[in-house]
Design a protein around this ligand. Structure first.
Ligand code: TMP
Length: 210
């Protein structure tokens, strides 16, 4: 009986390996006959892709942290409305590579905005669609840096202290809400990480089905 579904998010530093694991999980669930959609933030709608280009690659001058907060949430609001809400209503699994926790960590811990203010703006975009489980692939910043692409966007180009704040921000969020987070050592073998993720997700799905 495959009648339950989950809203799953993947989080971590750029280069932590989350995109690979998100797509492997999506393939696994689809092959197992469970309807699943895989999305990425910012983006995954035509408007979101335009916002993504703007916020990641904007060169003509400075974007304020509050502008970033609203741009990421504008992309999110569209994605929730067009795709996530209908998919969850149709009992599909939804996997998103980055979601609201990225905003808390990057615009909050990284840029210094107040976490409560970010939560309030995130809530508006969410329309009640909260992730059931959030998977953090935790890697030391030095390892993440070696795994990243050669060309750096506005976030990847930040200095080491920014990335250090991102990593510790994620660990703090996970520590404060252990019932939602699954923290995995992202330096483990990729195949092993896939096994840990799929085992946990199947266990969660099956426990919703009994
Ligand atoms: P990516 O498309 O390569 O994952 O890059 C997205 C970048 O945007 C990444 O460095 C993290 C950053 N980001 C934020 O700063 N806030 C957010 O809310 C989201 C979703 C991403």
């Amino acid at each position: 009986m495959n009648n339950s579904s989950l809203f799953i998010t993947f989080e971590g530093l750029d280069g932590c390996g989350k995109s690979l694991q998100a797509s492997r999980l999506s393939e696994y669930l689809q092959k197992a006959g469970r309807e699943t959609i895989l999305l990425h933030e910012p983006g995954s709608t035509p408007l979101g892709e335009e916002i993504s280009r703007l916020v990641k690659w904007h060169e003509a001058g400075h974007l304020s942290p509050i502008t970033e907060l609203f741009l990421f949430n504008a992309s999110r609001a569209q994605l929730v409305q067009d795709t996530i809400k209908p998919a969850l209503a149709g009992k599909k699994n939804v996997i998103v590579d980055r979601f609201t926790d990225s905003t808390l960590v990057y615009q909050g811990y990284g840029r210094g905005l107040d976490l409560e203010m970010i939560r309030q703006v995130n809530e508006i975009a969410l329309q009640g669609c909260q992730p059931d489980v959030s998977i953090l692939l935790d890697v030391p910043i030095e390892i993440a840096a070696t795994r990243r692409k050669k060309t750096s966007d506005r976030f990847e180009a930040e200095d080491i202290s920014f990335h250090r704040k991102i990593r510790s921000g994620y660990l703090e969020l996970a520590e404060n809400e252990p019932e939602r987070w699954l923290v995995i050592d992202g330096t483990l073998d990729k195949g092993l990480i896939t096994e840990i993720v799929t085992e946990q997700v199947i266990w969660l799905l099956e426990s919703k089905e009994v």
